[in-house]
Design a protein around this ligand. Structure first.
Ligand SMILES: Nc1ncnc2c1ncn2[C@@H]1O[C@H](COP(=O)(O)OP(=O)(O)OC[C@H]2O[C@@H]([n+]3cccc(C(=O)O)c3)[C@H](O)[C@@H]2O)[C@@H](O)[C@H]1O
Ligand SMILES: Nc1ncnc2c1ncn2[C@@H]1O[C@H](COP(=O)(O)OP(=O)(O)OP(=O)(O)O)[C@@H](O)[C@H]1O
Length: 240
């Protein structure tokens, strides 16, 4: 893990230099992926990293956990509450008041997209890059919102399956409370990644790393990967 952390840190330093950026901006959700990503960015660019905490009808505990990460690792941060812009857009687009209980993805996906807009504001202001937090497990099945949390400049932990993210988190000293909470995109009350995907990260990681899985897991991964393949491609162009 020591070597992996060093190599990722060095890679982040090189990427910033190659792309003419001064540092990194990271959305801090209070979850493990953004905590690990932000700490790697802090190691790479100690004086030029910004965490942005962006609650959007979110559980207040998540912002509390995000603050804990920022304070523990001395990462400067901003808090931008997106409840107002979200409610405004929902009202404008649907003519209805936003209902935080409703699991309508055409509406709910506005949340990660508003976060993307916010992160790019800071990136542009500060000459930073937006460091995404997607990991290999999520990327394999396309478990992210297109141009939402998927709208980023680079993916420092994108080659690590969730299990490896946990190992790296232990090594980096991410607070226990964050390591132990169930993975959730937090888009609606009680959302749980594994329940939504229909497989556990353990099953998914095992399949990615060894090719071993029962028929049900194989089928779920195959379906999700096929359904979401477009999210990892450039927009289609006419062939003429
Ligand atoms: N074949 C195709 N070729 C090209 N484009 C295609 C397409 N099929 C759909 N599309 C386009 O893609 C859109 C659907 O994709 P998208 O808008 O992303 O929507 P969708 O995949 O339905 O929703 C995002 C999923 O990611 C999950 N999520 C969100 C945020 C964070 C995390 C996390 O793990 O942190 C996870 C969320 O819970 C949800 O299950 C369609 O509305 C359409 O515009
Ligand atoms: N409230 C929030 N404030 C700031 N950034 C957020 C917030 N919610 C989500 N994000 C950003 O979007 C990314 C995808 O988030 P999400 O919380 O949906 O699930 P995740 O992939 O399990 O990541 P994490 O383990 O970091 O929570 C986060 O890692 C973070 O960068």
């Amino acid at each position: 893990m020591h070597l992996l952390a060093e190599r990722l840190t060095e890679w982040l330093r090189e990427q910033a230099a190659e792309r003419g950026a001064r540092g990194y901006v990271v959305g801090l959700s209070g979850g493990i992926d953004s905590a690990v990503t932000a700490v790697l960015c802090k190691r790479a660019c100690p004086d030029s990293v910004l965490g942005v905490i962006m609650p959007c009808y979110s559980n207040p505990q998540d912002a509390e956990d995000a603050r804990l990460v920022a304070r523990t690792f001395d990462i400067p941060f901003k808090e931008i509450v997106l409840d107002g812009p979200y409610a405004l857009l929902v009202r404008l687009l649907t003519g209805e008041d936003c209902n935080v209980e409703k699991k309508d993805l055409s509406i709910i996906n506005i949340k990660p997209r508003l976060r993307m807009i916010t992160l790019y504001f800071y990136a542009s202001r500060l000459q930073y890059l937006v460091a995404g937090t997607g990991n290999r497990s999520e990327l394999t099945v396309g478990y992210f919102t297109k141009y939402g949390d998927g709208g980023v400049d680079l993916l420092p932990i994108g080659n690590l399956v969730k299990r490896q993210v946990y190992e790296l988190a232990e090594y980096l000293g991410i607070p226990r409370r964050i390591i132990e909470k169930p993975p959730s995109a937090g888009l609606w009350v009680g959302q749980n990644d594994e329940a939504e995907m229909g497989i556990t990260y353990q099953e998914l990681d095992e399949f990615i790393l060894t090719g071993k899985a029962d028929d049900r897991v194989r089928e779920v991964v195959k379906c999700l990967a096929a359904k979401n393949a477009h999210k990892k491609q450039m927009p289609a162009l006419p062939p003429f």
